[in-house]
Design a protein around this ligand. Structure first.
Ligand SMILES: Nc1ncnc2c1ncn2[C@@H]1O[C@H](COP(=O)(O)OP(=O)(O)OP(=O)(O)O)[C@@H](O)[C@H]1O
Length: 378
């Protein structure tokens, strides 16, 4: 089986079962050298299993994995390299920092098992501790470190043998929000500096969007969606992704499909539009997603981001406005979150304060170009 010469990691047809449960079914992916792929998805979708198969900590039932031009797993040829032979670094959520060792011993461990001469080992550990900002902690017991510092030790340990591929398993999830943000920035800078390729497993969409060049969204052991972060974010391609990313998703029936919409919104050369009737009779125009097969009578979903649902007490303007009642309003700091009822359909909205309260009558504006129409049956 030949792989694409431009890809640094190639996975083909990976399958993994646990008894009768299929944790991974026919996964294929490729990552270019120096790039970051995020595997994003809800708990139990198979992200960690995928990472463990890449690392050699789990053996897939079927498939092919190539890393840096070397076949590390091929079920058809019974190739299955041990984790140590795969030349990668792993950073786990739990840090896995050994409490009985000093910071330097923790970081130097991968070099020790590779029998690196002492002087070289020490020099590399010092260099790596400087890189992660822990140079002053060399001799200190690892237990004296805070959670964020321990995660840095884990990172230094994963990078010290200069792996060309680093796997991150929910690596920042245990850190508090501020530290997570900071580490995310530092990771990006570190990657630019050291040039490793990364695969990053997370259930946190902002982490995935913030770190990755490419995103794979997984659902029940399958790849649901793959794309550039901005495309996945701006135009969720499937109902699953739309729901996972927290959009409002409502089911209805297509009334009509049009090449140019009656309200004259800006449309690209290939934009197709559909008007969808929601339960309660509200009819919403939106842009067709990838499925261009929809026609009048097709079951369809209208998907709209919370920040694209505009609400105002007086009127919202725009071509598509509906009367609604505020069901809940909650102050969130930078913005307020609202639940509004549009003829029996509940929509969530976030925006700077609209100055309205629960029970108020409002107008809801849904710009047609910000509403995505997907086939229900994707
Ligand atoms: N060793 C195992 N034995 C049996 N089932 C397993 C084993 N490891 C994982 N599974 C099952 O495989 C599925 C995928 O698990 P996995 O840990 O890969 O999911 P995940 O997407 O990483 O979720 P999380 O974010 O919660 O870790 C789950 O249903 C899990 O229960």
């Amino acid at each position: 089986m030949k792989s694409d010469p431009s890809s640094f990691v190639t996975v083909r047809g990976l399958k993994k079962t646990f008894g009768s449960y299929t944790a991974l079914s026919n996964i294929s992916l490729a990552v270019e050298e120096g790039h970051t792929l995020a595997l994003l998805g809800p708990s139990g979708c198979g992200k960690t299993t995928m990472l463990r198969c890449l690392a050699g900590l789990e053996t897939a039932d079927e498939g092919y994995i190539e890393i840096a031009g070397k076949v590390v797993f091929d079920s058809s040829r019974r190739i299955n390299l041990m984790p140590e032979a795969r030349q990668l670094g792993i950073v786990f959520q739990s840090y896995a920092v050994w409490p009985h060792m000093s910071v330097a011993e923790n970081v130097g461990f991968p070099l020790k098992v590779r029998r690196t001469p002492k002087a070289e080992l020490e020099a590399r550990v010092r260099r790596m501790l400087d890189v992660v900002g822990l140079g002053a902690w060399y001799d200190r017991p690892a237990t004296q470190l805070s959670g964020g510092q321990q995660q840095r030790v884990a990172l230094a340990r994963a990078l010290v043998h200069e792996p060309r591929l680093v796997l991150f398993d929910e690596a920042l999830s245990n850190l508090d929000a501020q530290l997570r943000e900071q580490m995310r920035m530092e990771l990006s800078m570190l990657q630019d500096r050291l040039g490793f390729t990364a695969i990053y497993v997370t259930h946190d969409q902002s982490e995935a969007f913030g770190l990755a060049d490419r995103i794979i969204v997984m659902n029940r052991g399958h790849i649901d969606t793959e794309g550039a972060p901005r495309d996945v974010f701006d135009r969720p391609a499937t109902p699953f992704v739309a729901q996972f990313l927290g959009l409002n998703v409502h089911e209805g029936e297509v009334i009509e499909v049009a090449r140019t919409p009656p309200f004259g919104a800006v449309s690209g050369p290939t934009a197709n539009w559909a008007q969808v009737a929601l339960p309660g009779g509200t009819a919403v125009w939106g842009k067709l997603g990838h499925d261009r097969q929809l026609k009048a009578g097709s079951p369809a979903l209208i998907c709209v981001r919370k920040e694209h649902v505009r609400i105002a007490a007086g009127g919202v303007g725009g071509p598509q406005a509906f009367p609604a009642v505020v069901r809940a309003a909650s102050f969130q700091g930078l913005f307020e979150e609202y639940i509004v009822d549009v003829a029996g359909v509940e929509l969530r909205a976030i925006q700077p304060s609209a100055g309205v309260r629960s029970g108020d009558s409002v107008a809801v504006g849904l710009a047609p170009e910000q509403c995505i129409v997907l086939s229900r049956d994707m």
